[in-house]
Design a protein around this ligand. Structure first.
Ligand code: 2AM
Ligand code: CA
Ligand code: CA
Ligand code: CA
Length: 256
């Protein structure tokens, strides 16, 4: 396996290349199909992005296993060795309805440890990437640990359905915060927390939704756990809380 710095440059190159294809392909009509419901969509671009990323990874790291949302990768049932977790297009409903607020995400874990994570905000052409060995960078800046805000001091990102159904007393948590925000892309929500624009985010997520964000968040001393504060399971869905440490304490106290 190559040095982390070199791998970082390679992954950023893949993301730039896939982004250019997305910008070109999204000028043509999308082929859209429903997965579990009319609010859970997949497009030709989700699928083609995943195929391209899987090909890049296979050439670069042939022994590795790949867990991807659209199924072009492998069946991954443990985190031994090199495991890449990819979300080829995060925020597909935003992509279809807004042509904005969507991301591409890549994570590399080795023996269960997060090594490198990447979230590309496609329309703003910014990659948030890195890991514990090198820190978290965009093309132009190194991110520092956000201020350790309490719940009442900041804005909380939430999943719309979880708020509507008042899961974990989210409506009371909303009242206690400075306000809630609903973006509809886990990747873009993670970026808000990484950059200190929101002090937290709560959502029901699959591994590819949080794999990259978890590495980046933990590198910046943010916490990523289940909503009850226990560790997330990397191979199944979880109700995930990503937040500053003070906000995590406040939320866990409120849901107890
Ligand atoms: P996706 O767009 O890659 O599917 C808001 O819907 C956020 O939650 C998005 O990041 C979305 O990722 C993710 N998500 C996870 N499970 C979902 C589901 N069953 N339906 C829609 N979005 C889901
Ligand atoms: Ca999806
Ligand atoms: Ca996703
Ligand atoms: Ca996706």
């Amino acid at each position: 396996m190559k040095k982390v710095q070199e791998t970082d440059r390679v992954i950023r190159g893949w993301l730039e290349e896939v982004r250019m294809d997305v910008l070109k392909e999204m000028q043509d009509p999308l082929a859209i199909s429903e997965k579990s419901s009319r609010k859970d969509l997949v497009t030709n671009i989700d699928k083609s992005n995943e195929k391209k990323l899987v090909n890049f990874i296979r050439q670069f790291d042939p022994e590795a296993r790949i867990l991807g949302e659209e199924g072009s990768g492998d069946v991954v049932q443990d985190m031994k060795g090199h495991v890449w977790i990819i979300d080829p297009l995060d925020g597909t409903l935003n992509f279809v309805k807004q042509r904005d607020n969507f991301a591409i995400m890549i994570a590399l874990y080795i023996d269960g440890k997060g090594i490198l994570g990447y979230i590309m905000d496609v329309m703003h052409d910014i990659i948030y990437g890195g890991g514990p060995e090198i820190g978290v960078f965009t093309d132009t800046q190194k991110l520092r640990t956000p201020d350790n805000l309490t719940l009442r001091e900041g804005l909380l990102g939430v999943s719309g359905p979880m708020l509507v159904h008042d899961r974990y007393h989210l409506q009371a948590i909303d009242e206690a915060s400075s306000g809630v925000r609903i973006i509809g892309s886990a990747g873009i929500e993670f970026i808000q927390v990484l950059t200190g624009k929101q002090n937290g985010y709560i959502s029901h997520l699959m591994p590819w939704d949080f794999a990259a964000g978890k590495i980046l968040s933990e590198t910046l001393e943010l916490s990523v756990t289940k909503v009850d504060g226990t560790p997330v399971d990397m191979l199944s869905s979880n109700d995930v809380l990503v937040s500053t440490r003070n906000t995590q304490k406040d939320i866990i106290n409120m849901i107890r």
